[in-house]
Design a protein around this ligand. Structure first.
Ligand code: NCD
Length: 412
């Protein structure tokens, strides 16, 4: 009798490899942070919890400089030489458009050569190679691995694999998490924060619908300040399964007096997960969970209270058959924007979305795109600048960018 491999219950080497890192994975993020750095510099990017407000400010500043330099020929020539001796592997085994392309563009701005594996059926994983062997092979040919996987802890485990290789005198390269299962998407959170930083500077009309009216607006909104502190942030839609929400919320806890409102169905799959709720409570964040934009907080409907709104799509690819039935009973239309709702938002409040938006569900119908508060296309482009800033920081050329910028642009 022949035994079918699916009937074999013994763990695969891939599973054993992941298990090997389990005790390290189970530690709190703050303990792991030093291991993700080298010589006090960022090395692996795995969690958004690795970033504090100062680092976010620095990264945003570097992104701003790259953005300005990229607009002039001399600046482009300077940037493209900075890392032209480096090669990156983009190992994306989950679908991606923006993250993949913006990382690739960010590499190109800095002269980094890119290669990609997007479909594991074209790699030796179909011949039985473990993911960890694949990663180690990539590290032999490339200087950086940017990876997206449906396995929540794969990127983190790969960072530990690289550290172990380093300790034994082997070749080791930085790992960047470009989306890990339902858990984290730290570089998306960086671009979201960068978009908020630029919008809440109230200085560039492309970033802020009210840039020239900031002082005038303060008559109606006397508490309005520049910056990310003292703001009310709304997150709407599939909060339970959105990794971008998890990562961004954790970065927002770096800012004083940030209020976070989750607008999601009262449903165990779609509502806020316990671990994130606990983390927010432990950090003393003012937080609300409501099931509609109309629910009052301090006597005012949520939609009118928000300083920024982060929309998400319902992640239906993760539905199981019972979800389908169950969601059909819920009124999900409450988690879609309409002209009427947007018209009641504060005039300066940006609307963000990590994208893709779902044309079938329609959480942001295209007619909202012309509203000056619709910031999502600009947000996606910001991904390229902040990712270039991140790569420059990892490879230690951020100070060179700053020096060049001050000598050639600021003092010119
Ligand atoms: C998101 C993702 O893949 O987590 N997209 C992205 O990277 N910008 C969000 C999503 O798929 O809904």
């Amino acid at each position: 009798m022949s035994s079918h491999p699916a009937a074999d219950q013994s763990p695969t080497q891939d599973e054993l490899d992941l298990l090997h890192y389990k005790s390290r994975i189970d530690r709190p993020v703050r303990i792991k942070i030093p291991e993700l750095q080298r010589d006090e510099r960022l090395r692996h990017v795995i969690f958004s919890g690795q970033f504090n407000a100062d680092m976010l400010e620095e990264l945003g500043g570097t992104a701003d400089k790259i953005r300005v330099l990229s607009k002039i020929r001399e600046g482009q020539d300077f940037l493209i030489k900075l890392l032209h001796h480096k090669r990156a592997m983009l190992y994306f085994t989950q679908p991606s458009t923006r993250t993949f392309l913006s990382f690739m563009s960010a590499c190109q701005i800095l002269g980094i050569t890119c290669n990609e594996v997007r479909d594991p059926t074209t790699s030796s994983e179909t011949k039985g190679e473990t993911r960890f062997d694949s990663i180690r092979m990539f590290s032999s040919y490339f200087d950086l691995i940017i990876m997206r996987s449906k396995l929540a802890s794969l990127a983190e485990s790969c960072a530990y694999l690289m550290n172990d290789l380093d300790e034994t005198g082997n070749r080791s390269v930085p790992i960047i998490n470009a989306g890990s299962g339902a858990d984290e998407h730290p570089t998306q959170a960086l671009l979201d924060i960068y978009t908020l930083q630029r919008t809440f500077q109230f200085s560039d009309p492309k970033d802020s619908p009210v840039s020239s009216r900031f002082e005038e607006l303060r008559k109606d909104h006397p508490d309005l300040t520049r910056g990310l502190s003292h703001k009310v942030y709304g997150f709407c839609g599939d909060i339970g399964r959105g990794r971008t929400v998890r990562s961004l919320v954790s970065l927002l806890t770096n800012y004083s007096n940030a209020t976070i409102i989750f607008i999601a169905p009262d449903d165990p799959t779609l509502a806020l997960k316990d671990d994130l709720r606990r983390r927010l409570i432990d950090r003393g964040v003012r937080m609300f969970e409501v099931d509609s934009f109309e629910e009052p907080i301090d006597g005012i409907p949520v939609i009118q209270k928000l300083d920024a709104l982060y929309m998400t799509r319902i992640q239906k690819e993760h539905n199981n058959p019972s979800d389908e039935q169950h969601f059909a009973q819920l009124d999900l239309s409450r988690y879609k924007l309409s002209h009427d709702l947007v018209s009641r938002m504060k005039p300066y409040a940006p609307i963000l979305h990590p994208f893709p938006r779902d044309q079938h569900f329609g959480e942001i119908p295209p007619e909202i795109d012309d509203d000056p508060r619709a910031m999502y296309f600009r947000q996606a482009r910001n991904g390229m600048w902040i990712r270039a800033a991140l790569l420059a920081t990892i490879f230690g050329v951020d100070h060179q960018i700053s020096r060049y910028y001050h000598e050639e642009i600021a003092h010119a």
